[in-house]
Design a protein. Structure first.
Length: 367
């Protein structure tokens, strides 16, 4: 909604008695300087006029009539803003064919003198309107000698006896200046001031999406609901000092060795582990070679040794080493295919006795 002041004559031709015309009826109202520049024209019709009167009447405060819009300008020029009169609360009406009026108003004695002496001849309402130019609010009314509208009559001393009121409504925010938040967003995104609110929102959302994508690629997890806060927290971490435990220091030779030495040592250990033989296998192989075990006992002996190596060693310690079982029974000569009988030599009989088996069966297994 936009705010604008316009000047109207204080005289009121065609206005009902005891009524103060605030803004005339019309759908193509323009100031003599061409205003409004941001709308086709000002519009005051019965529908928006009656709605505005009803809205103004909801206030319990009188609406000020000032001099030269000093109520608005005092913040800029630092000068006082005395009242020239008041539009009384609950006095606003819309007169069909005339416009927005007040039927209860008063001027101060000083203002009456100015008007009686012809020192002020015009009035200037400050209205609020939308982009289409429809008048939706009233901020104040001023007496002035620089009218913007010629369609309002001049002020006449006779009107000073009438009482007109305009409820004091809370001035609506001006729209002729950019929303500070929107201006900040546009500046942050590098967008022109002519960018619409919808375009700014779209650009802001895209910017946030790009930031989140880049943050994710860097391993940063940002909260969607608190994107800026979480991003600020991550950025703050960049400047944090490195903890003392992580600072680069010269290694202590008494506590650390070069990585090359560690690598070589690991390789040597792996080599030794690869060359190391199974003690159970070695023990069984040795027992077979010296005659403490028969070949038929190899599988059993391997299971025993792997399960209880010390127990197997104890078992072997009680077994004699039999030379006959470590040598060929043919003294190196080819074995005759004509016979499968092994002589029952004293050695064979001795082994059979020690093993608790029949000597003939032992001889047959050795054939």
């Amino acid at each position: 909604m936009k705010l604008s002041a316009l000047s109207l004559s204080l005289s009121q031709t065609g206005v009902p008695a005891n009524h103060f015309l605030i803004f005339p009826e019309g759908d193509a109202i323009k100031a003599k300087d061409g205003r409004p520049f941001d709308a086709p024209a000002w519009i005051m019709k019965k529908d928006n006029g009656m709605a505005l009167a009803a809205s103004l009447n909801q206030s319990a405060k009188d609406l000020v009539i000032d001099y030269e819009h000093q109520t608005i300008l005092s913040k800029e020029n630092g000068q006082p803003a005395p009242a020239a009169g008041w539009l009384k609360a609950g006095s606003f009406v819309y007169v069909d064919g005339v416009g927005l009026c007040s039927n209860n108003y008063e001027f101060t004695a000083k203002a009456k003198d100015y008007i009686d002496n012809g020192e002020y001849r015009f009035k200037s309402p400050v209205v609020l309107y939308n982009k289409a130019g429809v008048v939706l609010g009233l901020h104040s009314v001023a007496i002035t000698n620089d009218p913007a509208l010629s369609i309002l009559d001049e002020l006449k001393p006779a009107l000073l006896t009438a009482a007109i009121t305009i409820p004091q409504t809370k001035p609506q925010q001006q729209e002729n200046s950019m929303n500070p938040l929107l201006a900040l967003i546009l500046a942050s995104l590098g967008l022109a001031e002519t960018t619409t609110e919808e375009q700014a929102i779209a650009a802001l959302n895209q910017n946030f999406a790009d930031i989140k994508s880049k943050a994710t690629a860097k391993g940063l997890m940002l909260d969607d609901g608190k994107l800026l806060a979480s991003l600020s927290a991550e950025i703050a971490k960049v400047g944090e000092p490195i903890p003392a435990t992580l600072e680069q220091k010269e290694p202590d030779p008494a506590k650390y060795v070069p990585i090359e030495v560690v690598t070589a040592l690991n390789e040597k250990i792996a080599e030794l582990q690869g060359n190391q033989k199974d003690p159970a296998e070695e023990l069984v192989a040795e027992a077979l070679s010296n005659g403490q075990l028969l070949p038929a006992q190899e599988s059993w002996a391997m299971l025993y040794a792997q399960k209880d190596l010390q127990g197997f060693k104890d078992y072997l310690s009680r077994q004699p080493k039999i030379a006959a079982l470590t040598q060929s029974q043919t003294a190196g000569k080819p074995v005759s295919t004509a016979t499968t009988t092994v002589a029952l030599t004293a050695d064979v009989k001795l082994v059979a006795a020690q093993l608790g088996v029949d000597a003939k069966d032992l001889a047959s297994s050795m054939a």
